[in-house]
Ligand binder design. Sequence first.
Ligand SMILES: Cc1ncc(COP(=O)(O)O)c(C=O)c1O
Length: 410
Amino acid sequence: MSSYQEIVEREQKYLLNTYARYPLAIARGKGVYVYDVDGKRYLDFLTGLGVNALGHAHPRIVKVIRDQATKVIHVSNLYYNEYQGLLAQKLCTASGLDRAFFSNSGTEAIEGALKLVRAAGHAISPEKSIVIALDNSFHGRTMGALALTGQPKYRKDFDPMLEGVRFVPRNDVEALCNAMDDKVCAIVLEPIQGEGGIQETTPEFLQACRAMADQKRAALIFDEIQCGLGRTGRLFAFEHFGVKPDVVCIAKPLAAGLPLGAFLATEKFAQHITPGKHGTTFGGGPLTCRVALEYLAILEDENLLERVRRVGAYFSQKLREFVDRFEIATEVRGVGAIQALQLNIPGKPVMDGALANGLLINVTQDNVLRFLPPFLLEEKHVDRGVRILKKQLAAAQKQAKAEKKAAVKA
Ligand SMILES: Cc1ncc(COP(=O)(O)O)c(C=O)c1O
């Protein structure tokens, strides 16, 4: 096996320079833990950016992958396979939507949804193509999804963007109303902005989006790629808000680590995609779909959504104690297995310290500690993670105070 150094040097020479990787090469995982190439253990509060909701090497997932790999992995969408329809049925029944399209990633689910709502808009009028998106959003890296992403840092260098996107601030009903007109074919939003720092939309705002979309015959699209499929303690985040979308995009944990995304849509919108208008080579293959069915079955059999709610509430309470205790910690946001601690200093030293002490977390928006733990998390794991975090927050606070003092002296 290669050493850490060899792995790093090889990547630095041969990979496109896209990722500022953390100093860790993961060799394997089991449950809520991963192990590096030297055998050191880490508690995983990030789960591959929200993908490994069942932790690592779940025995039922391993069994299904092994079994299906010996039968058939891929057939293309020229042919039927046993599992794609079953998975679509399960997801449509659970969401109350009518039809599914399977992609390979989150960003492709967004691309497909975007094509769908444009096609539906054009069926009303050739001018009906504007999409309203939110400031601070994140919808993916392909050009359509990027055009909907309301953060200049991701768009810089890639102009011209797809035309016809209007941005409004999150939870600003007045701005939403001002942006709406007959040319709007869709409103797209994350019910909880993930990369944007675990920022929640209010029920009032979502209700206004629903009402405006209905009034203008536009689609309401929820991007639940990060917050969906159980992370909030409900299968779909929109269940918390009592607002049903016309289209929902999902991905990350769907096939328990294998690449699979989807959008689900009501018949009213879905009818506008007919053969030849959209497709994919890989999406919805028998292996990924069978694994996704197993993922959904495990959520039910192990009663994991209830656990996400219970352990998530325990974790929130521990994070709130940090806000009481440390001046650098200002707010806790999120719910279940999607939570954040807002700091008033850069979060990187805290994240680096956590990593060195065996805890994987991540920082978004520079000063937000983001936690996307596995649904298998128990209170004892929370206690362990919180102990590591507490030490790092104390060290960061001490450092911030020392720097402040030095600055005053200077
Ligand atoms: C809300 C949201 N939408 C879309 C995406 C893009 O998904 P993917 O990286 O699978 O293309 C992400 C990824 O983090 C996301 O969090």
